[in-house]
Design a protein around this ligand. Structure first.
Ligand code: ADP
Ligand code: MG
Length: 402
């Protein structure tokens, strides 16, 4: 008996629906590609590269377009013997300072056996090591910092690197920085000197509209899915749902991929619109679950307190009912409780994240207004999250029900 057999319906090459798949062509980004190409022209001319800053929400093609164009650049430049181009990518997720970026960049450049330690050097020392590495490589060096917003205000490196040559720290290397950010605020918060240097060329990526997402999806689906694997309206539906929500190609691709998985699980040979709607619900749930896990400690305490009431069927509940529970749980967990108003802010946050539903009520004739809260997600999901929390001592009654 065989347990595993290869799919012969739905997915022909499901990797093509993954977000890290690099498409062979870019759809619907003509203007951005044109500006990006122009901004890179000095590299082709053997001149000092410009610094480029790309920004736009997540899933709008910043990484894919950069990969695509820099690959092209490397290919096309091979014709010119006098240009020596190196491109280094650094994903800055979880790198919260210029220091960490510099260390990781050194380690990206160096062989695995010559890595430096991520702590313990003075910042200037790490910069010096970095300049030495860059000079050893020589020629034009493009440094791509993806998700650069992660470094927050500690943006010194974005100023230092592009200026290293004019400051005589570098002899033979011509570095150019390409910064990519998902966060609009990051650009506005850059210190003025960094903004002037880094944002020499700015390229903004706007959210995709429905037809653009449909074109991107169709292109992917042609390779990823078997012919006739989708009901007619499926791809336009994924595109429309993502366009209404975020305008993100990542979201549209995820919808199609998850809808396909649902069809596969049900042993269907065609993805239907119902699968897409179900996939959307699932993705929304998992996003909310993720949001719950990422809450701060007091957010978690507020969550547990409300869950406690919900399991006793005492919701919708007011702050004055939730707060005493919150205090008890905080005490038992040896966490200093917040005052009621501040803890109320956390309930409001939970409502904003779609975890709680918040209704405003009027207090009879006296005319006072108050809020009532109840969960707008399946309690089982909340219980799962709560069961994994560290540092929060759960009430006995709640424990028994997990
Ligand atoms: P960002 O870096 O802006 O968050 P990505 O470049 O990672 O977004 O894009 C998310 C997904 O959508 C990737 O799988 C990418 O290949 C795909 N994608 C985005 N824009 C396009 C496009 N214009 N053409 C083809 N695929 C795209
Ligand atoms: Mg990206």
């Amino acid at each position: 008996m065989t347990t595993f057999t290869r799919d012969t319906e739905i997915f022909r090459d499901e990797d093509m629906l993954r977000e890290d798949y690099q498409p062979e062509s870019i759809t619907a980004r003509e203007e951005e590609l044109e500006n990006y190409t122009k901004a890179l022209q000095p590299v082709v001319n053997g001149a000092q590269p410009r610094n480029i800053f790309l920004y736009g929400k997540t899933g709008v093609g910043k990484t894919a377009v950069s990969r695509f164009l820099l690959d092209r650049l490397e290919q096309d430049i091979e014709r010119y013997d006098d240009i020596d181009l190196s491109v280094y990518w650094l994903n800055c997720t979880n790198l919260s300072s210029s220091y960490q970026v510099a260390v990781n960049l050194v380690n990206t450049i160096r062989a695995p056996s010559e890595q430096i330690s991520t702590t313990g050097y003075p910042q200037q020392r790490v910069f010096d090591i970095l300049y030495d590495e860059l000079d050893t490589i020589g020629g034009t060096i493009l440094l791509v910092f993806d998700e650069i917003d992660q470094i927050g205000n500690d943006d010194e490196i974005l100023y230092e690197l592009p200026r290293a040559r004019s400051n005589d720290y570098l002899e033979s290397a011509k570095p150019g920085v390409i910064g990519i950010s998902n966060d609009f605020g990051f650009r506005d918060d850059l210190s003025p000197k960094v903004k002037d240097t880094l944002c020499e060329e700015e390229i903004h990526f706007s959210p995709y509209n429905g037809p653009e997402l449909e074109a991107i999806l169709q292109e992917r689906a042609d390779g990823a899915l078997f012919e006739d694997a989708t009901e007619q309206g499926v791809i336009p539906l994924c595109a429309a749902l993502a366009a209404q929500d975020t305008g993100s190609a990542r979201q549209a691709l995820n919808l199609l991929y998850n809808a396909g998985e649902l069809a596969r699980t049900e042993a269907k040979s065609v993805i239907s619109e119902a699968h897409v709607h179900d996939a959307r619900d699932e993705l929304e749930q998992s996003q909310i679950e993720h949001g719950m896990r990422e809450l701060t400690q007091h957010g978690h305490l507020a969550l547990v307190a409300t869950l406690h009431l919900a399991l006793e069927e005492d919701t919708p509940a007011r702050v004055r009912d939730i707060y005493p529970r919150y205090r008890t749980i905080a005490d038992r967990s040896e966490i200093d409780p917040l005052v009621r108003r501040r803890m109320h802010d956390h309930l409001a946050d939970l409502a904003m994240l779609g975890i709680l539903d918040r209704q405003s009520r009027n207090e009879g004739r006296s005319g006072g207004q108050y809020y009532e809260y109840e969960f707008s997600v399946d309690l089982r999901i909340v219980q799962e999250v709560v069961a994994d929390l560290e540092g929060v001592v759960l009430p006995e009654r709640l424990l028994r029900q997990l």
